[in-house]
Write a protein that binds this ligand. Structure first.
Ligand code: NDP
Length: 324
């Protein structure tokens, strides 16, 4: 099969498209013909070697994929069935989706919900799935469209773009925080009603004027600290990312004086029932225009170049990889 293969050469990660042997059944009871994969921030960290995502080389990257079951020894999946996979360490410590076939465990797979094609599922990908989990976290914290504005950081990235589209579809007033002026038209098309520059989030005090009912934060660091200081009483921040750094220079004040909730969101080990619920909602909520506006389609051969672009904050929306 054709695959992107990562190897370590003199301490540097190198990515090359190669012909390799399909892994045997000991690595998983389902073989999937991968049709589409995508590039997420974590893929970019892995492919460029800028993050310590991969410890054992050679490795096939790709933390998500969609395609058809080629063979399964679990009767829950039949040959020809359409499936989607995100997370579980696939593309990190188990060969991933940037390959014509993937061998995985049946419990990692989600049947493709009605209303989604494999291509659409990978336009959504791990990033969009995580955005849905963040929106669900805000709903579970009681944040409704009537509660007030919801802010999304890292807005023109994959998680941010999908979060804006989802929140807009649900009737929330969405405010985007972005470091790039070039993406403002795009953010408005997705449904942002206001756009704030990232530079406004560089410094903060323990408490500031209350502005936000909810927040989806993909950035961490000072940006997340400022969001916390600006949350309304009983507001909720769904925090899923670290595009701006993994530190959190904050105080307890928003929590003990304003009843603010900081809800962590992880997509890698999300339980299967939550995955199915999230994919069903994604299939229903995202408008056709999202798939057109938010997608850059590339080939396996272009994955390494686009991983560099993602690390340089030069990609907007989702990067879809046509595998076969
Ligand atoms: P993208 O690269 O698509 O988007 C990240 C966005 O963050 C960029 O578009 C940019 O938005 C902003 N950004 C980039 N660099 C910086 C910086 N130095 N400081 C502040 N903002 C910055 O990534 P994804 O959307 O795929 O992922 C976003 C984050 O969410 C990542 O940290 C990723 O690891 C995390 N994530 C976590 C998951 C989980 O399970 N918890 C799952 C998926 C993603 P703009 O130009 O508009 O400012």
């Amino acid at each position: 099969m054709k695959a992107v293969v990562l190897e370590q050469v003199e301490g540097q990660t190198q990515a090359e498209v190669k012909q390799i042997t399909v892994p045997g059944e000991e690595l998983g009871n389902v073989l999937v013909d991968v049709e589409w994969s995508s590039l997420n921030y974590k893929d970019a960290l892995a492919i460029t070697g800028k993050g310590k995502i991969i410890r054992n080389f050679p490795m096939v990257p790709g933390i998500d994929f969609a395609g058809r079951v080629a063979a399964s020894s679990d009767s829950a999946f039949n040959a020809g069935q359409e499936v989607v996979l995100t997370g579980w360490g696939v593309g990190e410590n188990h060969w991933g989706g940037l390959a014509e076939q993937a061998r995985v465990k049946s419990e990692w797979l989600v049947p493709l919900p009605a209303g989604l094609t494999a291509r659409k599922a990978m336009i959504v990908g791990t990033a969009g799935f995580t955005a849905m989990l963040c929106v669900m976290a805000l709903e579970e914290a009681g944040i409704t469209p009537q509660s007030g504005e919801v802010v999304v950081t890292g807005a023109s990235g994959g998680v941010g773009s999908t979060a804006i589209a989802l929140l807009h579809a649900l009737g929330y007033q969405v405010v985007a925080v972005s470091g790039r002026e070039s993406t403002h038209d795009y953010l408005r098309q997705l449904g942002a009603s206001r756009i704030l520059p990232r530079s406004e989030f560089a410094e903060t005090r323990p408490l500031e004027k209350q502005v936000w009912a909810g927040a989806v934060d993909t950035v961490g660091g000072n940006v997340l600290a400022k969001l916390l200081a600006q949350m309304n009483y009983s507001g909720c921040v769904a925090a899923c990312g670290l595009a701006g750094g993994f530190s959190l220079p904050t105080t307890v004040m928003p929590f003990i004086l304003r009843n603010v909730r900081l809800q962590g969101v992880d997509s890698v080990s999300a339980p299967i029932e939550r995955r199915i619920a999230a994919w069903e909602r994604l299939a229903k909520l995202l408008p056709e225009s999202f798939y057109q506006t938010a997608t850059t389609e590339i080939s396996l051969e272009q994955a390494a170049k686009f991983a560099d672009d993602i690390m340089n904050n030069a990609v907007q929306g989702r990067t879809l990889v046509k595998v076969s």
